[in-house]
Design a protein around this ligand. Sequence first.
Ligand code: FCB
Length: 467
Amino acid sequence: MTSIDPLTFPPGFVWGAATASYQIEGAAQEDGRTPSIWDTFSHTPGKTLGGDTGDAACEHYHRYREDVGLMKDLGVNAYRFSVAWPRVQPGGSGPANAKGLDFYRRLVDELLANDITPWVTLYHWDLPQALEDAGGWPARDTAARFADYAMLVHGALGDRVRHWTTFNEPWCSAFLGYASGVHAPGRQHAPDALAAMHHLLLGHGQAIESMRAADPEAQLGITLNLYAISPADETKAGDLDAARRIDGLANRIFLDPVLLGSYPADVVADLQGVSDFGFVRDGDLKQIAQPLDLLGINYYSRHVVAGEDPDVPAEPYWRAPTSWPGSETVRFLKRPGVPVTDMGWEVDAPGLTETLTRVARDYPAIPLYITENGAAYVDTVGEDGSVEDAERVAYFDAHFRACHDAITAGAPLHGYFAWSLLDNFEWAWGYTKRFGMIRVDYDTQERTIKASGHRYREVIKHNGLGE
Ligand code: FCB
């Protein structure tokens, strides 16, 4: 047990905010940037709500100074952002685009000048379209392209950026991008989704190995989206098996190769009807399981699942069933009475404690960071222009406490990044879902710190929840 004041976090705890390139930058066609799969996807009719695209987004590309000023105002210690691959290496391979790299140099300099530590995510879903045209993540070569790109960015920013993560949520890239197709590139082929998963992980391993060799002191890791998983009824074998399968497909199929160097045998067996895993070559798993300095965890909610049972009323709830190859018989339940966010995701803060303590228990010791956690709500702007987002304040508060509980229980949690700094382009949901601690008026690009942002400032100042 770690002994700390009930409402105070350990000294040096990192309080950060997170964003992603395509969700905020805009300037989609400026300074040599080429289309990513998200440009193509969002410009394809019917793929995003209202046909929204990231063309302009929050215009952060031009307003980054103002946005760093807002971070400074909130008092965040660190800022997690992603680099747009098609901005810095437009062809997906070959020469760098100096103007694109310059943007990130300016951003990093601005952060450092304001005492905000930059945390770079190398890939938050915006694959250069040229690489998708060459086969995308189901093609093995994309992993090598990613490792080259990682070195290119590291070469430009490595003198000033010490914290690097390779991928954001490879589950989404692989399973939403190539199985259900609700994310770019919108393909629907489950065997390809599994090949994509493997090549994302391989790209991670290759990039880590190269960056480690070039920069042994850098802090290197990956961000996974993990879920608390529960069977609807612990006494039912079918529900327990559904929970095992979904835990396998959501959590263990990424955690195990990265941290243990193997795919979970039960999940591989479940998936035999989909893929024989023939894409795994000798040496791949060793390559994937590089020693890491940190694991980023994105946590939003819990999955409550049931097996086939005609007597159990079920409301299909989470993502499309096709996002879960090999688990078509699993039903995702929505628990009556449990509050949900504007995404329809159940608010389940204890699930965050559970997720952190579980990773600490089941995997080799590694420093943990929450790299995303937050909630979408329908915000209303008051007559005086203020945004009193009480539900988001409560969501954050409960999850801060959940982090504290996990630390008290011994989980090596060292930091927390709120999702998100700004309202932004929420992928297939376009601009309809607002996650920001700062409101963005998309007509005027005016930014307004919401009550949740003001509350976060207090939490950071006190390094905890004390008043
Ligand atoms: C995560 C993504 C992030 C954002 C949040 C709400 O899956 O990493 O970009 O969309 O969900």
